[in-house]
Ligand binder design. Structure first.
Ligand code: CTP
Length: 201
């Protein structure tokens, strides 16, 4: 009847899955409930909670060269979900929330040195500084930072404009473009990192 979630249309993640599939990759798309369809040939694993997403991502990590964590995972969940609809009685209502596990951070600990891990940082201010801190903390190889305070890009929009941050401190701005073009630029960068890593391994 009621649930707590995070704002996301899923369009960016679905665009990344589609762009990867078009390149011939074998793609597993672990997705929360969204109202868009996955591209043909993409293997969809539907999940409904952060715990389910974590388990599905850990399974997918085992066979992945590149993992892109684009989901807007809820940071907290309700501690005691009600079995029945909560009726409106009192004037105010408090819900106790507990922290969800950080899926990307777990993947960052578990990945091998040949696997490329890509994270997203949706920020409203100090976009690059926060994204750089998350890249380090989550042991990612690449972070995609976007400014969600702008109405013309990001949440629910058809277009996006992002900055790529690399583990060596380099940054690259991707000009405003359709989410499928942005997806392609992200995959180019992830592929280059993967090729460089495989060459030195
Ligand atoms: N992420 C995750 N598991 C969570 C929360 C976030 O895997 N429980 C991932 C997101 O998919 C994204 C990255 O971590 O790739 C950053 O998510 P974001 O919400 O921007 O950052 P948080 O770490 O949750 O920090 P904060 O909410 O304080 O900005």
């Amino acid at each position: 009847v009621r649930y707590i979630s995070n704002r996301s249309s899923g369009k960016m993640g679905y665009a990344i899955a589609e762009a990867a599939r078009r390149r011939g990759a074998s793609v597993t798309l672990v997705s929360g409930p969204v109202s868009i369809a996955a591209a043909t040939g993409v293997d969809v694993v539907p999940v409904e909670s952060a715990a389910e997403m974590k388990a599905a991502m850990e399974t997918a990590l085992a066979t992945a060269d590149i993992v892109v964590m684009c989901a807007a995972v809820a940071d907290y969940r309700v501690m005691e979900p009600a079995e029945r609809k909560i009726k409106k009685t009192a004037e105010d209502l408090s819900l106790k929330l507990v922290r969800n596990p950080d899926i990307l951070e777990g993947l960052g600990r578990a990945k091998s040195s040949r696997q490329i891990l890509v994270g997203f940082a949706a920020e409203t201010h100090d976009v690059v500084a926060y994204a750089a801190e998350k890249l380090r903390r989550k042991n990612a190889d690449l972070f995609v930072a976007n400014d969600v305070s702008r109405g013309d890009i990001g949440f629910g929009a058809e277009e996006n404009e992002v900055q790529l941050l690399f583990a060596d401190g380099a940054t690259r701005k991707i000009e405003k473009a359709s989410k499928i073009r942005i997806a392609s630029a992200i995959l180019d960068a992830a592929r280059d990192l993967h090729q460089a890593r495989s060459a030195t391994a």
